[in-house]
Design a protein around this ligand. Structure first.
Ligand code: SF4
Ligand code: SF4
Ligand code: SF4
Ligand code: FES
Length: 606
């Protein structure tokens, strides 16, 4: 411990802390922009400067480590003056249009303005080169709003390992962007992680609320909405609830109040995904371990991509996360054979709305408008993929992020906090606890294992409370081994086989596992990849800010939702069974192939 004084307050703090970290622990606010705990400590923006007694110059508090006896003043006249000048410079070429800005009241620069209180700005910067890049279906870049903090550069390079955003040019000319390319032409995964760290409105999701309002206000449209598993654990933060507060019931009520005709749950098709993906995995396993390539269902034979090799490929890798899919398409196109052919759960639900549900209700699917509320910006791109069309209609018409849903609720004048709990509509609304955990890293794998293990052995998985504990948590790569013993007769060739699974979240972790596959060194049979660190609970469209403490709280909420249910396994969902009975017939059957499975595209890396 070291003894220090900050703002005349004596305190003992752990050795090795920076001034900023110690101040934070003692609730002393020091403004900061370029700092990101543990990942991005450049000391570049200087907005966090403080006065240290005995030091000749002001010190950047985010990179200055505390020493015994240090006396710090965060609000000395010198520090305040320097901060004001920096703030004025930042605003010299910044559009002062807060009222109409997507980040209004959620902007770190605006908050600093409240603190600093400048009325007259002395500097006028060059605004001539500013532009808006809205070429991507997922993300909009507004260079006029950028304050060059470089958080996005760090996230894109260090956390995601994609490296699309980088500083261009030098000095006053500096810009952050994907070089000369518009974002849509760069090899961007559209994961949106850069939008979650950007302190201002320079990087944002592409707004789709107008399209949704237009549909809601069109009397000829039947507007259906679905919500992803991770929304319920984070939406509350936009309304002042503590991170990790579940707002499932209020969310369903809010959507009805806004005017959606049917409120469905993507969790229903998360259960369906387990039926399809679990069956696909079992077929691949059967073929791999037993009679190579002989026992394949017809539809897998038709999916050409699986036949570039001699037999369906292991490890099989999950395909729910569209940012991850786009990343593999650009960076590892030769490994696309490893991806499950399952569409992501919301695309499955969209396809079912416009087929099964439309038929059942006697609605012309052309009159339907399907909206997905997703934690993800890449889903906005996913719905534009030409293969996500059935019967000449797009499976899903619009995607709103959690942040956009909050805006929609506020815009509709719904008093969210005082809503009574509502329910999802049927028949696409009932889900198991296994579906709930799709929202967190490890969840899809655990849900699959709960079902697949039981199909093979006839017994529940041998883990406490159905949780595959080695793959629970926020580590970048997690693994688990499952020894198969006393398998059912059909599966007895697996007795003695240890099924090895791996789970990763964030594209950097995915690259590590893909490199192993590429080099023929992967020992896994099944891999779960989610494109965002921590999984969908911290997807690119989730409320800001996000740090590991917030991630943990959202994860805990997701497991709480699972444990609160009596129905905990996807194969026990009675409405999924009914869907097979009434429409799909069987997992991996002809209709499943048509509505629930897809293919991938090799893309170039730029
Ligand atoms: S980014 Fe922030 S400061 Fe800039 S216009 Fe938007 S709300 Fe205002
Ligand atoms: S969306 Fe993801 S891949 Fe694209 S620039 Fe942002 S962080 Fe990088
Ligand atoms: S785009 Fe946002 S995160 Fe990136 S440098 Fe600019 S202000 Fe910072
Ligand atoms: S936050 Fe410390 S220098 Fe930017």
């Amino acid at each position: 411990m070291v003894n220090i004084t900050i703002n005349n307050k004596k305190m003992s703090v752990e050795e090795g802390l920076t001034i900023l970290e110690a101040a934070k622990k003692h609730n002393i606010l020091i403004p900061n922009f370029c700092y990101m705990e543990g990942v991005h400590e450049l000391g570049a923006c200087r907005i966090c400067v403080v006065e240290v007694e005995g030091a000749k110059t002001l010190m950047a508090s985010c990179v200055t480590t505390l020493k015994e006896g240090m006396v710090v003043h965060t609000n000395s006249a010198r520090a305040r003056k320097a901060r004001k000048v920096l703030y004025e410079l930042m605003l010299s070429d910044h559009p002062k249009e807060c009222l109409g800005c997507a980040r209004n009241q959620q902007c770190e620069l605006q908050k600093l303005g409240e603190m600093i209180q400048i009325k007259d700005f002395r500097f006028e910067g060059d605004k001539s080169k500013h532009f808006i890049d809205d070429t991507s279906p997922s993300i909009v870049r507004d260079t006029a709003k950028c304050i060059l903090c470089r958080r996005c550069v760090t996230v894109c390079n260090e956390i995601q390992g994609v490296g699309v955003l980088n500083p261009q040019k030098r000095g006053f000319e500096t810009e952050i962007g994907p070089g000369d390319l518009p974002l849509d032409s760069a090899s961007c995964a559209f994961c949106g992680q850069c939008t979650t760290v950007c302190p201002v409105a320079a990087l944002n999701e592409k707004d789709s609320t107008k399209a949704v309002w237009d549909a809601l206000l069109d009397p000829s449209k039947v507007v259906l909405v679905q919500t992803a598993p991770a929304i319920r654990a984070a939406l509350g933060e936009e309304f002042g609830y503590e991170p990790g507060t579940l707002v499932t019931g209020k969310m369903a009520s809010a959507l009805k109040e806004i005017g959606f005709d049917y409120v469905f749950d993507t969790n229903f098709t998360a259960d369906l995904t387990i039926m399809e993906e679990g069956s696909e995995f079992l077929e691949r396993v059967k073929s791999f371990f037993y009679k190579k390539n002989l026992l394949l269902p017809e539809f897998l034979k038709k999916v050409k991509i699986h036949y570039e090799g001699k037999h369906p490929t292991l490890p099989m890798i999950t395909s729910c996360s569209p940012g991850w899919i786009k990343y593999v398409e650009h960076y590892y196109p030769d490994l696309l054979v490893h991806l499950s052919t399952c569409k992501s759960p919301h695309m499955m639900l969209g396809a079912l709305c416009k087929s099964y549900f439309a038929e059942r209700q006697g609605i012309d699917p052309k009159d339907m408008f399907v909206v997905s509320i997703m934690p993800c910006t890449a889903k906005k791109f996913e719905i534009t993929r030409p293969e996500m069309i059935n019967d000449e209609l797009p499976n899903v018409d619009a995607v709103l992020t959690t942040r956009e849903l909050a805006r929609l609720i506020k815009d509709a004048g719904v008093d969210f906090k005082n809503l009574a709990d509502g329910q999802f509509d049927n028949p696409l609304g009932l889900s198991s606890g296994a579906a709930d955990i799709f929202g967190t890293t490890g969840g899809v794998m655990e849900a699959a294992i709960r079902t697949v293990y039981e199909i093979i052995t006839g017994r529940e998985i041998p883990f406490d409370n159905l949780h595959v504990t080695p793959i629970v948590g926020l580590e970048t790569v997690k693994t688990a081994d499952l020894l198969i013993e006393d398998a059912k007769k059909e599966w007895d060739f697996l007795n003695g086989v240890t099924v090895k699974v791996a789970v990763t979240s964030g594209l950097k972790g995915a690259a590590k596992l893909l490199e192993e596959i590429k080099q023929g060194k992967s020992e896994y049979h099944f891999i779960e990849v989610m494109g965002c660190p921590g999984g969908c609970i911290s997807g690119g469209g989730q409320p800001r800010p996000v740090d590991n403490e917030i991630r943990q709280k959202r994860v805990a909420a997701i497991y709480q939702e699972d444990e609160g249910k009596t129905l905990r396994k996807s194969h026990e969902n009675p409405d999924v069974a009914k869907l097979y009975e009434e429409f799909l017939e069987k997992p991996l059957g002809h209709k499943s192939h048509e509505y629930l499975h897809t293919y991938y595209t090799k893309r170039k890396k730029y």
